[in-house]
Design a protein around this ligand. Structure first.
Ligand SMILES: [Zn+2]
Length: 257
């Protein structure tokens, strides 16, 4: 499967390095699949209502040309060609583009639906922006059972999306956070969402900016669980499997590579 790497939202929070919203656009036999969406056109049109006060902290560029919608079109596709969107979690910088693809089925873990929609805590009520998904009719939820995948206890191949697209629940940042693995045919890409913010968390060499470490701690619903899962990703990275590329959503230095 051919995979395009898109940055769907440059952000410049004060005191941190520039961040990106790393989105995958996958050409499958079942049509196009997005992994996360970054910011969308509706966010740019009405940031106050859609993003809320967090826009002052994250300082997104709000550039329409960065949206998945525009990038899909620049690649010569129609927006309706996007049939499925697999999201790592419901945070506002990952799902803003859903509204640009009303025909697509959205896939997420059941635990994330619990945290965002069914049984949110007061913290979760503050963090999520229901306005970003309320007009999206079709959300398919996936439970956290399934086979193991490269050291992760459970993983589920999303056959309805496409063979070779695997959802791996990895909670900590949010209740139902997941990573998404994509088989490109000559290797796998593991999109870790916000399971880590900076490559230094997994390569053990690069120093992680303190501002990002702090952000990671503040935004995690379960920091111990997040760290535990980071250790698992770091172990996988250390094995140096030649057919595996591990990425996260926001590391701008990782993106051009
Ligand atoms: Zn994020």
């Amino acid at each position: 499967m051919k995979v395009h790497h898109l940055n769907c939202g440059t952000m410049q929070p004060p005191g941190t390095p520039e961040l990106v919203c790393h989105v995958l656009l996958v050409e499958t036999d079942n049509g196009l699949v997005l992994v996360d969406t970054g910011y969308g056109l509706a966010d740019i049109a009405d940031p106050r209502r859609r993003i809320g006060p967090m826009r002052h902290l994250l300082k997104p560029a709000f550039d329409p040309d960065e949206t998945a919608a525009r990038q899909v079109q620049r690649l010569g596709f129609g927006r309706d060609d996007v049939r499925h969107i697999v999201i790592t979690h419901f945070d506002l910088d990952h799902i803003g583009g859903l509204a640009d693809f009303p025909a697509a089925q959205v896939h997420v873990t059941s635990a994330e639906i619990d945290g965002a929609i069914r049984t949110p805590s007061w913290r979760e009520r503050l963090r999520y922006r229901a306005v970003q998904w309320e007009h999206h009719p079709v959300v398919v939820e996936h439970s956290a059972d399934g086979e193991s995948w490269r050291g992760f206890a459970t993983a589920k191949e999303l056959d309805a999306v496409s063979p070779g697209v695997v959802l791996i629940p990895l909670p900590g940042h949010t209740r139902g956070h997941a990573c998404v693995a994509v088989d490109t045919g000559d290797g796998w890409i593991l999109h870790c969402g916000d399971a880590f913010y900076h490559r230094g968390e997994i390569d053990g060499r690069t120093s992680v900016p303190r501002s990002l470490k702090l952000q990671e701690r503040v935004t995690a619903v379960n920091f111990a669980q997040l760290r535990d899962n980071q250790r698992r990703i770091a172990e996988l990275y250390a094995r140096g499997e030649p057919d595996l590329l591990i990425i996260c959503a926001h590391d701008a230095a990782q993106f051009p590579r």
